[in-house]
Design a protein around this ligand. Sequence first.
Ligand code: ATP
Ligand code: MG
Length: 552
Amino acid sequence: MSKENKNFIEQFIDKDLEDGVYDRVQTRFPPEPNGYLHIGHAKSILLNYGIAQEYGGKFALRFDDTNPEKEKIEFVESIIEDVKWLGADYEDRLFFASDYFDEMYEIAIKLIKKGKAYVSDLTADEIREYRGTLTEPGKNDPNRDRSIEENLELFTAMKEGKFQDGEKTLRAKIDMASPNINMRDPILYRVAHLTHHNTGDKWCIYPMYDYAHPLEDAIEGTTHSICTLEFEDHRPLYDWVVREAEFKMPPRQIEFSKLYLTNVVTGKRYIKRLVEEGIVDGWDDPRLVSISGLRRRGVTPSAIKSFVEMAGISKSQGSADYAMLEYCIREDLKPSCKRMLAVLDPIKLVIDNYPEGQTEELPAPNNLENPELGERTITFGRELWIEREDFMEEAPKKYYRLYPGNEVRLMYAYFVTCTGFEKDENGNITVVHATYDPETKSGSGFEGRKVKGTIHWVHAADAKTAKVRLYENLIDEEKGVYNEDGSLNLNPQSLIEKEAFVEPALMEAKPFDRFQFVRNGFFCVDFKDSKEGAPVFNRIVSLKSSFKLPKD
Ligand code: ATP
Ligand code: MG
């Protein structure tokens, strides 16, 4: 890769290697196990993993589990599954911050002994009050000048459970007048009598994120600690912690901007609310951009990878176009999926001049772009199902499908001309009539005339019914996430279920099998709700695209 094409993170790393700051590269993905991962995390995972690969370095998965109130084993397990599914191979480097609690405690003792940390009696509210504002410096903690001996004694007592939650904290002694509020004697440890999913009741003091995170990186031998922009202002504190802890090759923090998507919510707390309020079918509801939701919907890891690559790495905030994700999904599935016939909104087509009782088997290629996928035969006969929208009683201009007098091609079969239709007492069209021209059989080399429209169909007598789910975005961020009363502003069309008529071969489909339903989009067999012989199809993405590839 040429220098110019490298992103700013790679440029930093190149320079670090050139300058001998590091002799190797190690990155990590550090999720807090307090929810399921979403597409934004996928960006971070693939970025960190990709960098490690590119530099022949190492990649680790580390759980930042320092906050037992919100963390659960369920989340640990789902995150592991998602990271593996994305193909980010951490080998034997699966770490837990909680495994370092002893070491972190020892480092805190070291800081106290160096005069760099002290135990405070202030309450959380008082600490906030003393902290000052962006324009005013903070005030010193009355306990700031406690003796080292007293601090050691008190901190030990904190660890031993002698204090109630919130009664004492350990603070770094940095600078209450720093223009960077993060540097105004930040809290390093709090007292919290909580049971941890990993360490049980061993600890009743827990390290704060800004203290724990740099130490986790340093203990593991991370060289480049890649995180998102909101931590930029915390970098001086990150550097302070690893410096004062006296690590020989301290890690370096580099920030990039979070991935956001237009029209959808990505934040864990939104997704959590949708799950907790029962609005969606769990964290893997296919309408969510959680990684498990995308997987259940049928999106592949390679589509996600090309999407995050296309979105690029930068320091400027912006949203990637949801249509770009859809574009990447289509491009990924186009060559690999069989193209099958399914009618989602059926209406009967009767070909009156086709002999009653007769059928024929017609060859149909599985994917014209990919001959390796071979061919199948489909049954054709007198009565077919076609899409309701492929017929109009009175056709507007540029409508090339069926209307009285018009001729269209039935895909893989014959030309048919619409001869009439039937209506029920409510005026709904129930049957469309047509005649076919035996000369126009597909593949026969017929060149007598052309038609402008081609429609798909399934043979009524042997079509099977299958449940099909169509999705739209659940929440449109542009239209506002909340209603005035604080409830979520939900799209009522986000999930539409239909009974479709499909080719009989589709009944054999297995969970996670993917197909293109001709003209209707790409579909994936739902792994939760499908039964043997009764697949449920989730639409992954429609075929229509509003996305234009950026020119470079
Ligand atoms: P959320 O903001 O969705 O609640 P989080 O930042 O709290 O996510 P963490 O578990 O703390 O989630 O994040 C793990 C890693 O993923 C962090 O390095 C974080 O910076 C990164 N990350 C989180 N959201 C995004 C995003 N939208 N784009 C890129 N990286 C992200
Ligand atoms: Mg977080």
